[in-house]
Design a protein around this ligand. Structure first.
Ligand SMILES: C[S@@+](CC[C@H](N)C(=O)[O-])C[C@H]1O[C@@H](n2cnc3c(N)ncnc32)[C@H](O)[C@@H]1O
Length: 254
């Protein structure tokens, strides 16, 4: 059996999704509060930046992958209007349930699908038949803070390319590797403060230790760009945020 990492632990590949599921089952109810606490509210600014870069227009078809409690899907839903569509998806039912309920409270009813990003239940994007008919597939796919939790990131990226229409864009918002100057304070915060806050607020230090470790194991911005290019994105732009702690990769499906 091939092996992979779950944070700093080495695990059999077929164990990772199960362990990740345990993390998000455990934190779902307190996920939004913890996001605000741990990032000092900054995650809202990073997401707002991604939404601004996405430039979603009325009528667009948008797929939010690993959408969790629905921050991006909510923003996109307000932009696509009545003739567009935003599909909120995640592998974890508990996270999606919190997201769906929150959106319903705000009067937003979105198609919500439990699915694995590595096997998306959507048709291939394609140019219109004979070049005349409209292209099919999503105009935009987004994945925020989800990719690093996936077992086969390359497979997930290929799936994201597959369901986009040619010329459609993928936005990957994810933690990245900070510059050397920030590493010491960032490590102290990640490995000392985050698990403590996790224990006090969510009753779960381990999940927040996993969060810190999974960030260290995630490819840096240059490596992720290379992975996206190999997965079918002809052009990839990288926007570094918060001194490189977070990166937004924008890929265009060729
Ligand atoms: C840190 S949360 C991010 C949620 C939301 N996108 C946000 O930015 O607040 C990561 C999400 O990735 C989801 N996830 C992990 N592995 C996945 C997979 N293989 N397919 C789809 N979603 C996955 C988890 O269930 C979790 O909801």
């Amino acid at each position: 059996m091939a092996q992979t990492h779950f944070g700093f632990e080495t695990v059999d590949e077929d164990q990772k999704a199960h362990r990740v599921r345990g993390v998000f089952d455990s934190v779902a109810a307190r996920y939004d509060l913890m996001n605000d606490l741990l990032s000092g509210g900054l995650h809202r600014a990073w997401k707002a930046y991604a939404v601004a870069v996405a430039g979603v227009q009325p009528g667009m078809q948008v797929l939010d992958i690993a959408g969790g409690t629905g921050d991006l899907a909510r923003a996109f839903a307000r932009q696509v209007g009545r003739h567009g569509r935003v599909v909120l998806t995640d592998i974890n039912e508990a996270m999606l349930r919190v997201g769906r309920d929150r959106l319903l409270d705000e009067g937003l009813v979105l198609p919500t699908v439990v699915c694995d990003a590595e096997r998306l239940p959507f048709a291939d994007g394609a140019v219109g038949a004979g070049g005349g008919a409209a292209a099919t597939g999503f105009d935009l796919v987004s994945v925020a803070f989800g990719l690093r939790n996936m077992t086969h990131k390359e497979a997930a990226l290929r799936e994201m390319a597959r369901v986009l229409r040619p010329g459609g864009r993928l936005l990957v918002l994810e933690f990245s590797q900070p510059p050397a100057a920030l590493r010491k304070p960032y490590d102290w915060y990640s490995f000392k403060v985050m698990p403590l806050l996790g224990r006090w607020v969510a009753g779960d230090a381990d999940s927040y230790r996993y969060l810190a470790e999974s960030i260290r194991m995630h490819p840096d911005a240059a490596a992720l760009k290379t992975m996206m290019k190999s997965a079918g994105f002809g052009h990839v732009d990288v926007h570094r945020l918060a001194g490189g702690i977070v990166a937004l990769h924008v890929g265009i499906r060729c």
